[in-house]
Write a protein that binds this ligand. Structure first.
Ligand code: CU
Length: 158
């Protein structure tokens, strides 16, 4: 390089390119945003009767955030309240459901299944009956990741 000014310009351009590439790679990383790092599989929401004011959501939740976390709650504009419920058998062999104390621990890489007859997200105080195929936005609340928005379709046939 004979011209020191040109050399300096080239160095600046290379530095700029490095910065841009770093920003782009961070943006493209799935770990960049917490919402992209929890995977939700096979979600559906159902109520037992069209007139029900409550419903239950089922899904498979996978923690791919790179950090241990804990699901501590959920909410939906559709329901007055959403609780994390589990099913368990009492001393008399009767199945009862109740709120999961302390939330659902989800270590990094761990999968938690919310399925019929087991854990579920309980929607209470529905404003209106659910419609087949309706897409329901739900906010999951995690201890570490904070709020994660998901969409759960209504499937009354499952
Ligand atoms: Cu329940």
């Amino acid at each position: 390089m004979k011209n020191p000014k040109t050399a300096r310009t080239i160095v600046v351009l290379f530095a700029l390119a490095a910065v841009i590439m770093a920003v782009v790679s961070v943006k493209m990383s799935p770990l960049d945003k917490n919402t992209a790092a929890f995977s939700v599989e096979q979600p559906f929401l159902r109520s037992s009767l069209p007139t029900s004011t409550s419903a239950a959501a089922f899904l498979v939740l996978r923690n791919q955030t790179g950090h241990d976390d804990r699901l501590i709650g959920a909410r939906s504009a559709l329901a007055g309240r959403v609780e994390l419920h589990s099913h368990s058998e009492d001393a008399n062999g009767v199945m009862r459901m109740g709120e999961i104390e302390g939330g659902v621990a989800l270590a990094d890489g761990q999968v938690h299944e919310f399925s019929r007859g087991g854990d579920h997200l309980m929607f209470m105080g529905l404003d209106a009956p659910l419609e087949q195929g309706q897409m329901v936005p739900v906010t999951l609340l995690f201890e570490r990741a904070g709020e994660v928005e998901i969409v759960v379709p209504v499937d009354l046939d499952r």
